[in-house]
Design a protein around this ligand. Structure first.
Ligand code: FES
Length: 105
């Protein structure tokens, strides 16, 4: 599935993710800047915070309660905030667009 990462300055990077990988893993593997992922995907750091493009919010869905608690520690949280280690790639998310925040934490 193709995933587009947009940084806070508007620069886009299109990368390819495999089904079952998380959006965070795809970012790290492809050296996408703006995702720190300090905890390695355990939903315990909130430094993999992204904003889900409005058009994709329904397909991606909202955060689970544990993720929601962790999002409290993220910087500049918005209604479309998600932790990218908690978004699993599937064919339904082919073309997904997410924006990385100005900074993590
Ligand atoms: Fe730590 Fe996502 S990588 S919460």
């Amino acid at each position: 599935a193709s995933i587009t990462f947009i940084d806070s300055s508007g620069e886009e990077r299109v990368v390819d993710g495999k089904d079952g990988q998380t959006v965070m893993e795809v970012a790290v593997i492809n050296d996408v800047p703006g995702i720190d992922a300090d905890c390695g995907g355990a939903c315990a750091c909130a430094t993999c915070h992204v904003y889900v493009d409005e058009a994709w919010r329904e397909a991606v869905g909202g955060p689970a309660p544990m993720e929601e608690d962790m999002l409290d520690f993220a910087y500049d949280v918005r209604p479309n905030s998600r932790l990218s280690c908690q978004i699993k790639i599937s064919p339904a998310l082919d073309g997904l667009r997410v924006t990385t925040p100005e900074r993590q934490g």
